[in-house]
Design a protein around this ligand. Structure first.
Ligand code: HAM
Length: 425
């Protein structure tokens, strides 16, 4: 195939056969957000490069290796967003949304990271994220997690486990970083080039290494949980109590430090063993210092983002893809004379039955081939209109899945009959 016909490596089309699953999952996510009082925030795909450097951190995989950065015609350095939290904070500050106010927002759309593509890891991928800004206490941490658990429940997902940890405050993390620096410096000969480079700049990022040769060294490193300040410890213990009360099981994973620098206190990931190496389906945490760091007033905040490709893959793996939106009714137009009255009938039925998906046959074809299309479309009912029906002022209703008999229905009664057959009344 000629190269220009291939999509860019790590970036895929979502084909019509796949979009119903996406839409069903997205609509469930939106409904859930509404139920918890979150509002949508639509963000640009492109931001100033500096925003991501200052928020995600200069010494992180994302900023060092994965950003799609370019100069615009004005010579300004811009970056395709690798995530949404930085933009939410920027939009919150610049639009005055955080001024003596709290915000609960959600966003969705493509993110871009120049990673090595593999199953579950792409260069253009989609996140659905939720962020709550202006909330300090552990109650919102619990609510965020409970909200995500509700989504898994609504989808019927199992095999997805919650890991939580606390990273403490920026100050207590400073102490921990010193300890890490001491530890890794004492084993400098075992560090790979990347980690040596990070040793003095950001030793916590050594813990994210994917190099198996360093796994033992990292496993024996000091644990952040041993350096928590009292308030963070208390915050974490209230969160755990609230999760216990909500019946949400979790594992405390002291090694969970997340790959972005803006986190403080609570961090969490929902992980699955069903998708190979890329097991994190939803990740997030608190970023209490970020608003101030980017120039706003001190504002506590927390959020998570779901990787939609991974969530959908998990739903497919576990046979939990929500109902696919096939047409309810497929209108078979037998013979040329059926075209005009058939189109009119389709419009009348769409008026009479809002929300019912009605597909009228287009492109002609014999009765047999139209009937095959009706079946293939997944419709519940084939509605047949031919010369005989037109003459008698009826249409034939043929249920395709319920096993009910085909019958003639006068046009005036048709909407009611379809609604009954579809179980809508
Ligand atoms: P993150 O862990 O970098 O966090 O990404 C969140 C989720 O996006 C991951 O758990 C994963 O499901 C998905 N994901 C990440 N990279 C890829 C990729 N290359 N291909 C496919 N899926 C991917 C964040 O982005 C934070 N902004 C989350 C957050 C929101 N924290 C607070 N608020």
């Amino acid at each position: 195939m000629s190269e220009i016909l291939q999509s860019v490596r790590g970036m895929s089309d979502v084909l019509p056969a796949e979009t119903p699953a996406w839409q069903a999952i997205e609509s469930l996510l939106k409904q859930t957000m509404q139920a918890y009082g979150y509002q949508e925030l639509r963000l640009p795909l492109v931001e100033r490069t500096e925003l991501f450097k200052r928020s995600i951190g200069e010494v992180t995989d994302i900023v060092e290796k994965e950003m799609y950065t370019f100069e615009d015609r004005n010579g300004e350095s811009l970056t395709l967003r690798p995530e949404g939290t930085a933009s939410v904070v920027r939009a919150g500050i610049s639009n005055g949304l955080l001024h003596n106010q709290r915000q609960k927002v959600w966003y969705t759309g493509p993110m871009f990271r120049y990673e090595k593509p593999q199953k579950g890891r792409y260069r253009q991928f989609h996140q659905f994220g939720a962020e709550a800004l202006g909330f300090e206490g552990p109650d919102i941490d619990a609510e965020m997690i409970i909200m995500s658990a509700r989504i898994w429940r609504a989808l019927g997902l199992s095999k997805i486990e919650l890991q939580i940890n606390s990273l403490g405050t920026i100050e207590s993390r400073g102490v921990y970083k010193e300890k890490l620096l001491e530890y890794f410096s004492a084993h400098e000969d075992q560090l790979d080039a990347d980690s040596k480079n990070r040793l003095h700049r950001n030793p916590m990022r050594i813990l994210d290494t994917k190099n198996p040769e360093m796994a033992d060294l990292v496993a024996a490193a000091p644990q952040i949980t041993d350096y928590l300040d009292d308030e963070s410890r208390e915050h974490f213990s209230v969160l755990k109590a609230l999760l216990d009360q909500a019946g949400i099981t979790y594992t405390v994973n002291p090694r969970l430090v997340r790959g972005l620098d803006y986190y403080s206190r609570t961090v969490f990931e929902w992980v699955t063993d069903q998708l190979g190496a890329q097991g994190a389906v939803c990740s997030g945490g608190r970023y209490d210092g970020l608003v101030e760091q980017l120039g706003g007033k001190p504002t506590a905040a927390i959020g998570w983002a779901i990787g939609l490709e991974r969530l959908i893959a998990l739903c497919e793996e576990l046979d939990c893809v929500p109902v696919v939106e096939n047409p309810h009714v497929y209108i078979v137009l037998a013979g040329e004379e059926a075209l005009k009255p058939g189109f009119q009938l389709a419009e009348e039925l769409r008026d009479a039955l809002p929300g019912v998906r009605i597909e009228a046959n287009c492109g002609g074809g014999s009765f047999k081939s139209q009937f095959k299309r009706a079946d293939k479309s997944g419709a519940q009912i084939a509605l047949i209109l031919g010369a005989e029906e037109i003459e008698n002022g009826v249409a034939s209703v043929k249920p395709l899945r319920s096993g009910n008999e085909q019958r003639s229905v006068v046009l005036a009664d048709l909407a009611g009959a379809l609604a009954t057959e579809l179980g809508l009344q």
